[in-house]
Design a binder for this molecule. Structure first.
Ligand code: SF4
Ligand code: SF4
Length: 79
């Protein structure tokens, strides 16, 4: 099952990279702002994702609720 990170909502905090128990969420780009804040662009590796559902569950650790499961009602755009 495909899980998607909604780039419109994502804050680029990078929390999901450590939060995914399978290591299926990976950093694809990282930018350091002038003030030192590091912004992470992440994506979900479908080959590693085991459909555990943690990233969309009540144990949710995404502060922006930017991760959705593909068969939910919310429509998301991917790049
Ligand atoms: S469903 Fe589970 S394995 Fe897949 S991205 Fe979410 S937390 Fe990681
Ligand atoms: S935890 Fe959520 S807001 Fe933070 S980088 Fe991951 S998807 Fe984006």
């Amino acid at each position: 099952m495909a899980y998607t990170i909604n780039v419109q909502k994502c804050l680029k905090c990078g929390i999901c990279v450590k939060g995914c128990p399978e290591g299926a969420i990976v950093v694809v780009d990282q930018v350091t702002e002038p003030d030192g804040l590091v912004l992470y662009t992440t994506r979900i590796d479908e080959m590693k994702c085991t459909d555990c559902g943690v990233c969309v569950s009540e144990e949710w650790w995404c502060p922006a609720q930017a991760i959705t499961k593909a068969d939910t009602t919310e429509k998301v755009h991917t790049v």
